[in-house]
Design a protein around this ligand. Structure first.
Ligand SMILES: [Zn+2]
Length: 336
């Protein structure tokens, strides 16, 4: 993350991203596979309720149908998301129930391995009680159908995250807790997973996320973008940008990670030159930190007034307005 534009040494960045964890409370499973409920948090000293105990997520498949309504000014907006989240996870204990983190949105149904589950909500906890207890070691799939207007979250320091309406669309950012505003999950950075993020938006807009764009298709005035992150990602690094972006895919060498850049049209001209430096920055960073850890890179450039800070969202950092080289180096260095 960056608010001003200092170049911070990578070692310091790594320290800043280290979260202290205490071990999860394991109350011990009952007889057979009766199990107990996983804890409602992971005991993070700063965010005790963030994340959930008793399971490890391996994959998120998110399917989001998004409508963007904009009035005359930016405070006059109404966005609607119809979402389906399929969360694949492995039980770390016998589980009679477990929690997902979700803030706002209306939950319509929850199933576990296809069977309807009981569920209730308590603050940011979506408590799921599957029809049958889950044995330790078992991989299970939870499907949550939900809808509503995702929330913008104001942090204690006054900054904003979650779902941020922009001049022409929206930007979903998650440091430190905002991802729970747009999808249910185990939202502690210690539980990394792979992602498929499929987003359908009005045809005039683009949807950009992490990883690689696998497919883009338009039907009946709406365009679907299918993004895949095959490399594990902490949920706070998941990003979704929706807007009338100019898309740039500069040519790179054969063995180089492909570059996908989404730029707000108002920032396109002013940022072209610096964004062309991305392949060189990756080369420079590889010499210093080792091989680039992901399959693609790029950036999402929003208008300065649309986002208050830059964030190292995986593969594709978000920056407010045309960045300078220092800021781009900072956010790309986070990728290691
Ligand atoms: Zn940073």
């Amino acid at each position: 993350m960056s608010r001003s534009l200092p170049v911070v040494p990578a070692a310091l960045l790594a320290t800043a991203l280290t979260f202290t964890l205490t071990s999860c409370t394991d109350e011990g499973a009952g007889p057979g596979t009766v199990g107990t409920r996983g804890t409602a948090g992971l005991g993070d000293p700063y965010f005790p309720k963030l994340g959930n105990g008793g399971y490890d997520v391996t994959h998120y498949a998110l399917t989001l149908d998004v409508d963007i309504e904009r009035g005359k000014d930016r405070d006059d907006h109404e966005d609607h998301v119809d979402g389906k989240a399929v969360v694949t996870a492995r039980a770390k204990q016998d589980l009679s129930a477990f929690d997902l983190d979700l803030k706002g949105m209306d939950v319509e149904s929850v199933t576990v391995d296809g069977a309807e589950a009981r569920w209730k909500r308590k603050g940011q906890e979506l408590i799921v009680r599957p029809a049958h207890a889950l044995e330790k070691g078992r991989t299970f799939r939870t499907t949550v159908r939900y809808s509503g207007e995702p929330r913008r979250i104001t942090d204690p320091d006054g900054s904003h995250e979650g779902w941020l309406p922009t001049a022409d669309g929206a930007l979903a950012l998650g440091e430190p807790t905002g991802s729970m505003a747009w999808f249910p999950g185990n939202h502690h950075p210690s539980d990394k997973a792979t992602y498929d993020i499929t987003v359908t938006v009005p045809q005039r807009l683009q949807a950009v996320s992490n990883g690689e764009l696998r497919r883009e298709s338009t039907k009946d005035g709406r365009t679907t973008f299918v993004w895949r992150s095959a490399e594990p990602m902490a949920s706070y690094l998941a990003a979704l940008g929706i807007g009338a972006y100019e898309i740039r895919r500069p040519a790179v060498g054969e063995k180089k990670p492909p570059v996908y850049i989404a730029v707000d049209p108002e920032e396109a001209e002013g940022s072209r030159e610096v964004l062309d430096e991305i392949p060189d920055i990756i080369d420079w960073a590889e010499i210093n930190f080792g091989p680039y850890p992901f399959s693609s890179t790029g950036a999402i450039v929003e208008r300065e007034e649309d986002v208050e800070y830059a964030l190292e969202t995986q593969n594709r950092p978000v920056v407010p307005g045309a960045p300078d080289t220092g800021l781009l180096v900072h956010e790309l260095a986070h990728q290691w």
